[in-house]
Design a protein around this ligand. Structure first.
Ligand code: NAG
Ligand code: NAG
Ligand code: NAG
Ligand code: NAG
Ligand code: NAG
Length: 946
């Protein structure tokens, strides 16, 4: 305490005395005691102090008739928390200050704010920026922005340049740590990872800093966000320059801690920061600002003659505005008669209500904090920061500050001026580097003999260098050349000392996880279980697992294939309906149509012939009854559907059977207990087991086209296999070589195709994936395919045959049709009988009334069997309702009561004249009426003509 009083400078009371002296007669009604706590040995402290002195002078020079005066009591907190707290206590208790300006640091603010809160003394800090809420008490006012305000501008820069990983470096203080949660949240918002945070204790020695920097060098991330106060920050940069971290490929982004006073830093320090980016609070350079700047610099030099001249900074401006706000509030509150604890709340309220145009912009307080929002993005070049753009919460990054811009929020690199990066580098650093230890990317390649066109690895016998070639390698190398940066790499074979593949592909991929390889390139399929350990790029091949099976040609085609389109039940069902329909027609036509009359065998023949001839629509019998016409029309429609279905089915059978795979699906293999082949060391083995294949039925082969060919040729029964299950790219190469005799069946399983393997979180993955898309979208990939596999179009059975087992048509497919024709036939038959009984009832009921039911029934049947002479057909060519004698002759039926007596030959002649005499012979007649003329009529005709 005593030592601190030594440092207490009551310089400011002199202003008051001066004011009194100016007008001795004037009453000075109110003296307000205000404490100031700053680290007077720091640059910020010195700047603040100069501004505070100037502010008091300027304020009262401008407001001469104000009746209040500030009396300042300044204490040096000497960069110490306890010192600041005791200074605050001293000021409150012994000096009875009514407000305290300061403290300077966030860590000090926590305690001082607590004291202020207890004794109702407003604490107004213009430089404690830590956003932690612990410093928030109602009596704590921040006349600057807290650090969380700048995180969005920093992450916007990261996003604009597309960096995906950053390392945070910050000092281990309240100030340094406060921003970190906010910064990490904000970086997550732009999908940027923070793989490492480097915390530098304030007490760290240069050696410790150097060790930490070397550690950072071994990591791949090359983007550093630095959040530090100038003292430790300057030291760190000196060391970073020494470590070579201020050179090409590195990115440094500074928070406001350094940028806000970057113009005032020692030139030797700014020299080490060349190329760094940063954000700083933006203050428009108005005329007022410029005038003040000149005065301020002069004054600073006066106050600190032994120091370097300093530039005006945001701290100086905030300190100046703070004093103005306090002075105004004090004047508003008025008489200081009540003592500190009574004035406190009123003074606090007055300060919170302040609103004026300060040097740093519009000064107003919301939530205990001054509101500014514009940040300038700077690039450290030469002696200070060169503005390259702005950041505002509304528009994001913009090149110019222009209130009339209407565009939305954007974070685009094109909105920033060009940057000179560390090492005088002009293009944007990619933000990561292969760790120094690796130098070249070690790319593992599988040693396979399988499909050399896909992947072939050899060792040069002379130079012992690994030479990889094939489709996969070409795709990889083309993709690498598409990257915007160069990547040195070398191939490392994954092999045993005998030159064989050292394990399965899973093992190969696992080497990346174990960091034995930096990547794996080859015919590696993207699989779920592998993706747990590594990251895959996008696939560059087609995907899926299928089978190669031999095909049989269609020469041994079955002689009975014509029966196959319909199932037996459909054949029998159709037959039954043919007969049924013929029978129905016969019943309905029998009495009225001579075509359906005659000897029993003849009638039977007609029934069958009629119904079967509908099959080809060649039935010639004339149908008389309307009911039978209806039945026939419906039936013919059914027949039409049936025959066309038969034709279609037969056609498809004949064509499909041309190239018939011997096996059409996996289940057939399982059912037959056939052997199935698969490539050794491939995931296909697991897949087959999942499909319930027994291990004894599976045969592994070295991945080579010839081996598969031999095995398939031998067949399952002779020690070979019935099918080989493999991934589609391989199958295509197999088929390209053995085009005839084999085909692909499937796919039976989906996979994601081949991809390149990188360690988890590798920044190369998105870039290489994009390069692969660039290849696959264009025709580059087709060129590569042509180079390795030639034009595959020549082989026609390349594509997978989708097998639809030739389906026979069953009765079920047509029962609807049969239902319709059945219903129509039966209901017609029913109606026919009703009409028959109705028309003939008076005769039927008189027949054999005395006989048994059975005999009566037979008599009725006999009655039915007779011609229906009343029918329209038989009336043609006959006058009136009477039967002609000839009819009766032909009929020879004694039961018919033919009254021949009435018939006169004249009438017959007449009728013949009408219908026959003038017409050509009946057979050739095209007239429907005449063609109906029966044999009997012709007979009559002949008789009459003679
Ligand atoms: C001193 O105060 C009186 C009244 O209070 C005023 O009339 C006079 O102008 C003042 N003199 C100076 C030098 O400010
Ligand atoms: C100064 O104070 C005296 C009494 O202390 C009072 O009578 C006088 O009016 C005051 N003058 C002014 C200008 O306020
Ligand atoms: C001071 O004087 C100005 C005019 O010169 C006047 O507008 C203002 O109200 C006065 N303020 C006080 C506190 O007397
Ligand atoms: C920090 O500033 C932001 C906006 O500038 C504000 O939303 C937030 O509440 C402030 N945090 C603290 C602790 O003052
Ligand atoms: C591939 O990238 C180049 C530029 O790198 C571009 O010009 C080209 O259009 C891209 N190709 C496709 C198919 O997108």
């Amino acid at each position: 305490m005593e030592r601190s009083t030594q440092f207490t400078l009551l310089i400011c009371s002199s202003f008051v005395l001066a004011a009194v002296a100016q007008n001795g007669s004037r009453n000075l009604t109110a003296l307000f005691h205000v404490g100031v706590i700053l680290d007077l040995s720091t640059l910020v402290g010195k700047m603040g102090m100069t501004s505070i002195s100037m502010a008091v002078e300027d304020f009262y020079a401008m407001h001469r008739n104000y009746t209040s005066r500030l009396v300042l009591h300044t204490k040096d907190s000497r960069s110490d928390v306890i010192q600041a707290a005791s200074a605050a206590q001293d000021l409150i208790e012994n000096y009875e200050v009514e407000a305290i300006v300061g403290p300077q640091k966030s860590s000090q603010a926590i305690f001082v704010a607590e004291l202020g809160d207890k004794s109702h003394v407003p604490i107004i800090s213009f430089s404690a920026t830590s956003p932690t809420f612990s410093s928030l008490t109602p009596y704590f006012i921040r006349t600057t922005l807290n650090d969380s305000s700048q995180v969005s501008s920093i992450s916007s820069i990261i996003k604009a340049y597309g960096w995906r990983e950053v390392v945070l470096i910050y000092e281990d203080t309240e100030y340094g740590r406060g921003i970190i949660p906010y910064l990490i949240d904000s970086l997550q918002g732009v999908e940027t990872r923070v793989p490492y945070r480097s915390v530098i204790p304030i007490s760290a020695t240069d050696d410790q800093i150097m060790i930490e920097l070397y550690k950072l060098m071994t990591m791949r991330t090359r983007v550093f966000i630095l959040h530090m106060t100038p003292i430790i920050g300057s030291r760190l940069f000196l060391k970073a320059k020494e470590a070579g971290m201020m050179s090409e490929g590195f990115v440094w982004i500074l928070s406001t801690g350094l940028t806000n006073i970057i113009d005032s830093l020692d030139p030797s320090v700014t020299d080490t920061m060349q190329g760094a980016l940063g954000v700083k609070l933006y203050v428009p350079k108005t005329r007022k600002f410029n005038d003040f700047a000149t005065r301020w610099k002069r004054r600073f030099l006066q106050d600190h003659p032994s120091d370097e001249p300093s530039e005006l900074s945001i701290y100086a401006l905030s300190a100046y505005d703070t004093i103005w706000a306090v002075a105004m509030a004090v004047q508003k509150v008025g008489m200081g008669m009540l003592g500190a604890s009574m004035n406190g709340p009123k003074l606090l309220e007055a300060i919170l209500m302040s609103k004026f145009e300060g040097l740093s912009g519009d000064f107003y307080i919301i939530d205990g904090q001054v509101q500014y929002s514009t940040f300038q993005i700077i690039n450290v070049v030469g002696k200070g920061g060169r503005g390259i753009g702005f950041w505002t919460p509304e528009h994001g990054i913009t090149r110019q500050l222009n209130n009339s811009i209407t565009k939305g929020y954007s974070t685009s690199m094109t909105d920033l001026n060009t940057v000179i990066w560390p090492g005088d580098y002009n293009s944007v650093p990619k933000g990561w580097e292969i760790p120094v230890s690796g130098k070249k990317l070690r790319i593992g390649v599988p040693v396979t003999q399988g499909v050399p066109m896909l992947m072939n690895v050899e060792t040069d016998p002379v130079t012992h260098l690994t030479i990889a070639s094939g489709y996969c390698i070409d795709v990889f190398e083309s993709a690498i050349t598409k990257l915007p940066y160069a990547i040195p790499y070398e191939y490392v074979p994954f092999q045993t000392t005998q030159g064989k593949l050292a394990g399965s592909y899973n093992d190969l991929v696992y080497q990346v996880y174990l960091q034995k390889f930096d990547a794996v390139v080859g015919d590696v399929t993207i699989r779920y279980n592998r993706s747990l350990y590594v990251d895959f790029t996008l696939p560059f091949t087609e995907s899926g697992v299928s089978m190669i099976v031999p095909v049989t040609d269609g020469k041994n085609m079955n002689a009975w294939i014509f029966l196959q389109p319909l199932t037996l039940e459909l054949w029998l069902g159709s037959l039954a309906f043919f007969i049924f329909t013929g029978f129905v027609i016969w019943i309905m036509e029998h009495r009225i149509n001579t075509d359906f009359r005659g000897p029993f065998s003849h009638q039977l023949g007609t029934i069958f012939y009629f119904s079967f001839s509908t099959l080809v629509f060649s039935h010639r019998e004339k149908i008389e009854s309307n009911l039978s016409k209806l039945v026939v029309i419906v039936w013919v429609f059914v027949v039409l559907v049936l025959t066309s279905s038969y034709t279609a089915s037969l056609t498809s059978m004949l064509t499909v059977q041309q190239l018939q795979p011997t096996v059409t699906n996996v289940h057939e293999l399982l059912k037959n207990g056939d052997y199935v082949g698969y490539p050794r060391n491939s995931f296909v083995e697991i897949l087959l087991k999942q499909l319930n294949f027994e291990a004894s039925k599976m045969r592994a082969y070295d991945d080579s086209v010839d081996e598969y060919f031999m095995a398939l040729s031998r067949g399952s029964k002779n020690g070979g296999v019935s099918a080989v299950v493999h991934e589609i790219p391989y199958i295509k190469f197999f088929l390209a070589k053995h085009c005839t005799g084999f085909t692909m069946v499937g796919p039976i399983y989906k996979t994601a195709g081949f991809g390149f393997v990188f360690p988890k979180g590798s920044p190369l993955v998105p870039d290489v994936s994009r390069a692969i898309l660039n290849l696959t979208d264009g025709d580059s990939i087709i060129q590569i395919e042509k180079k390795w596999f030639g034009d595959q179009k020549t082989c026609l059975n390349q594509g997978s045959i989708i097998i639809s087992a030739p389906n026979s048509l069953s009765f079920c497919s047509f029962w609807g049709l049969f239902l319709i024709t059945g219903v129509v036939s039966i209901s017609s038959l029913f109606m026919f009988f009703i009409m028959f009984l109705y028309k003939n009832w008076h005769e039927l009921r008189t027949i054999d009334t005395d006989k048994s039911v059975w005999q009566r029934f037979r008599s009725w049947a006999r009655y039915y069997n007779k011609k229906d002479m009343k029918s329209y057909t038989f009336r043609i060519g006959k006058p009136d309702n009477n039967t002609s004698p000839s009819t009766s002759i032909m009929n020879g039926d004694s039961n018919v009561k033919a009254s021949t007596g009435d018939n006169s030959p004249n009438m017959i002649i007449h009728s013949c004249d009408l219908y026959t005499t003038y017409s050509p012979p009946v057979e050739e007649s095209s007239s429907p009426e005449l063609s109906r003329t029966s044999t009997e009529d012709r007979l009559v005709n002949v008789v009459v003509s003679h």
